[in-house]
Design a protein around this ligand. Sequence first.
Ligand code: FES
Length: 273
Amino acid sequence: MYRILRKQALSENIKLMEIEAPLVARNAKAGQFIILRVDEKGERIPLTIADFNKEKGTITIIFAEVGYTTQKLGCLNEGDAVLDFVGPLGHESEIDNFGHVVCIGGGVGIAPMFPITRELYKAGNRVTSIIGARCKDLLFWEEEMRAVSQTLHVTTDDGSYGRHGFVTQVLQEMIDQGEKIDLVYAIGPLPMMRAVAEVTRPYGIKTIVSLNSIMVDGTGMCGACRVTVGGETKFTCVDGPEFDGHLVDFAEQMRRAQIFKDEEARARAAGSC
Ligand code: FES
């Protein structure tokens, strides 16, 4: 069992949990993810690692309570435990001194963007971060992201905080103003990552996205996490979770994510805390 040492509500439905998992923490690197199962009847869900502390032996996860399992997880409190906590899985992010890197986090995607941004900053890159959410209440870790960026832009879709608009508008303006950008990292909802990839594509700016697909075993055996990248079938759990955003078939990913919407709604209606 993996104990929850700290629980914090970052907004009404976004929760942070620091979980005691020394073996996972010892090996964790920026960009990797874990798969957890709340109890023996639960489904497995993948969550990208938001932070890790090797000394304390803890992994921090941040999740939005949007589905049955994340709602169930959100009902647990400090001192409770989850049954399975497997990881770290997937490839770590490639960290190097690329030059000027733009790190984009959308919604709950700000969480996995944070450790990658921190490592890129530590590696000597000039880091411009752009974080965005639908509204002020859904925005979190602004100060954490500011601490690991030379420049930070904040957007909200409804204009309730920061700049009114989308993260892609800031990115487009930077390009229009002639800013030299060597690499873009984007983590967030699929439509956001697709939009970022479309902004950078005409300029040939390398763009990395992190996919958080439907996963079952996390070992490359079940095929549930397949994604088409550059015309080839890849498995997010073993080949990813990061891929070249210009090669990902986002339309296919969005169709697959849609398939389980009805079942998810029924499951949510059936259970709550
Ligand atoms: Fe089963 Fe990736 S989760 S192959």
